[in-house]
Design a protein around this ligand. Structure first.
Ligand SMILES: [Zn+2]
Length: 207
């Protein structure tokens, strides 16, 4: 497939995962990363790998039409959540998932609310479709579930469309964010984690 510049999508994903690992967002082999490799194909990280030391050999090719409801051997258990996002929107080119402290804590605190609203932040402009800080983006928060295929089927109809809608939280678990390519998915993870960190700190300051 055509990569941007000289870096292919797998290499860009490996670099993003290494950065996230340095920041403590994918501890203890948590998190998973995928890129679209065709209309109905994705390459996703194998389960149990150190996301700070990925190589191209750690990615497994998966048919999203076949694997929407199942998890092939060796593939990340959360593969159906990735497959569902590619199936839902043909423009999605990469899906990144992290277990950052900010995503884990903020999602637990706001599960009852159903979303976390970001308003007035310059950083909102890092989200696709947002051109000004004078806006409000509600990041959805859903309950976690160990039945991943059922979770994927339940979540997709609940995901809102619109400017800045490029991710969601699973309560006490972490953040899913996506983009048209790995660079955009990386930017979205970084921006949303920054916004979550700001919201958590704002609550602390208000006490
Ligand atoms: Zn996870």
């Amino acid at each position: 497939m055509t990569g941007q510049n000289k870096t292919g999508p797998i290499e860009a994903t490996i670099a993003a995962a290494a950065l996230f690992a340095q920041r403590g967002w994918v501890p203890a082999t948590s998190g998973n990363f995928s890129v679209r490799t065709g209309m109905n194909r994705m390459a996703i990280t194998a389960s149990g790998r150190d996301k700070g030391a990925l190589t191209a050999a750690d990615f497994i090719a998966v048919d999203i039409t076949v694997e929407l409801g199942t998890t092939p051997p060796g593939v990340s258990a959360e593969a159906p959540l990735h497959a569902a996002l590619y199936a839902r929107d043909g423009a999605v080119g990469a899906v990144f998932h992290v277990h950052s402290p900010a995503a884990t804590l903020a999602s637990q605190a706001r599960l009852a609310n159903g979303h976390i609203a970001f308003e007035g932040y310059e950083m909102l402009k890092a989200l696709a479709g947002i051109a000004t800080h004078e806006t409000r983006v509600a990041l959805p928060v859903f309950a976690n579930d160990q039945d991943i295929p059922a979770l994927a089927a339940r979540l997709m109809p609940m995901l809102p469309d619109g400017p800045g809608q490029v991710g969601y939280l699973l309560a006490g678990h972490g953040l899913y964010a996506w983009g048209r390519d790995p660079a955009e998915a990386r930017r979205h993870v970084e921006a949303i984690d920054f916004l979550l960190t700001c919201e958590l700190e704002k609550e602390r300051l208000a006490r």
